[in-house]
Design a protein around this ligand. Structure first.
Ligand SMILES: [Zn+2]
Length: 339
């Protein structure tokens, strides 16, 4: 059950029910917009929501605020072959949506719906359109024709063109409610609430990310990183040895964790090393010990080093990962020690 598999499911996750009811209410009042800009944090289920809404408007006999699941339209959407539903994504993840892809959409938008109802387009992520593609889409947003629904999904609202934004009705999705999300993750993964809550903290409150963390055994990697860091502080292993054991792992992820631990240490140490301010329960003892010892000047300097290393990993072609980790872990070793 990977993150991407979930993205392909038409389901309204529990913390988005309020938005769902709001949109259905608009539909009932004949005030349904032709273009929605669905905005909200990553990994909370926006794509699942958009698919569910597509199924709903395409369904011939929706019941109880949901698609019926049995009519001809529902059969088509369930098999992933509905001719009046168009999913527009980058050709490869992380790449832009191109103008040619938007142009192909034109003929779909201006044709008659084959099943006689709505035509629905989902653009995900809409912020990945380059300027030319966005301009090509503008025309469709201005004159979409009747019974058309365009759903633009984004978690980077700032990267959307203002002209696009102003032609859509914006729907802001809330972050996942913590207690609902904890319950949901616990059920999906068949784990207890404490583990689900911890997974959500690690996944920055993204329930779908929390599922994939568990599935990919990223908790195992995280435990390995924590043990390595503790071993360095306690002189059980050298920075070089731990760097050797870690440098082939997903370092962007590892450095993201280390950075979030630094934030924890800083927050706690600024308040007399208050343990209540540490969000990362699995690292609590080590973080608290550091919060008591480390100077804020050293901590901020280390935070900067971690950020520079993250940028190197993202933007440079071939950083020497082993050397990068050795440098950082040596700095980690010296954090609680006098210079
Ligand atoms: Zn149906």
């Amino acid at each position: 059950m990977s993150d991407s598999l979930w993205q392909d499911r038409a389901v309204v996750l529990p913390w988005l029910k309020g938005r769902w009811e709001y949109l259905l209410e608009l539909k009932a009042q004949n005030r349904f917009p032709h273009a929605l800009l669905i905005n909200g944090p990553e990994g909370i289920g926006k794509a699942c929501f958009a698919l569910a809404l597509a199924n709903y408007v395409l369904c011939r006999e929706p019941k109880g605020g949901a698609a019926c699941g049995h009519c001809r339209s529902c059969e088509l959407t369930n098999s992933g072959n509905h001719p009046d539903l168009y999913l527009l994504k980058p050709e490869e993840p992380g790449k832009p949506i191109k103008i040619d892809q938007v142009r192909e959409l034109t003929s779909f938008i201006y044709s008659t719906a084959q099943q006689g109802g709505y035509r629905v387009v989902i653009l995900d992520p809409a912020d990945s359109m380059n300027v030319n593609a966005a301009n090509a889409l503008l025309k469709m947003l201005e004159e979409p024709g009747t019974n058309t629904l365009l759903m633009l999904l984004t978690h980077r609202l700032g990267q959307m063109l203002p002209t696009i934004k102003s032609r859509c009705q914006r729907v802001d999705m809330p972050p996942a409610d913590i207690s609902l999300a904890t319950q949901w993750v616990a059920t999906q993964l068949e784990v207890d609430a404490a583990e689900a809550a911890q997974l959500l903290v690690i996944a920055h409150n993204s329930p779908l990310q929390a599922l994939s963390y568990k599935q990919d055994d990223l908790l195992g990697l995280r435990a390995k990183v924590l043990k390595g860091l503790a071993d360095i502080l306690k002189n059980r292993s050298s920075a070089v040895e731990v760097a050797q054991s870690l440098y082939k792992e997903d370092l962007e992820l590892v450095l993201g964790w280390i950075y979030s631990w630094i934030v924890d240490i800083a927050r706690s140490s600024e308040n007399q090393a208050d343990p209540e301010l540490l969000r990362h329960a699995d690292a609590k003892n080590m973080l608290l010990a550091l919060a008591r010892k480390v100077s804020s000047q050293k901590l901020y300097h280390f935070a900067d080093q971690v950020q520079v290393a993250r940028k190197d990993l993202m933007f440079r072609r071939n950083p020497n990962k082993q050397l990068l980790m050795e440098t950082l872990l040596t700095a980690w070793y010296s954090l609680p020690r006098p210079n």
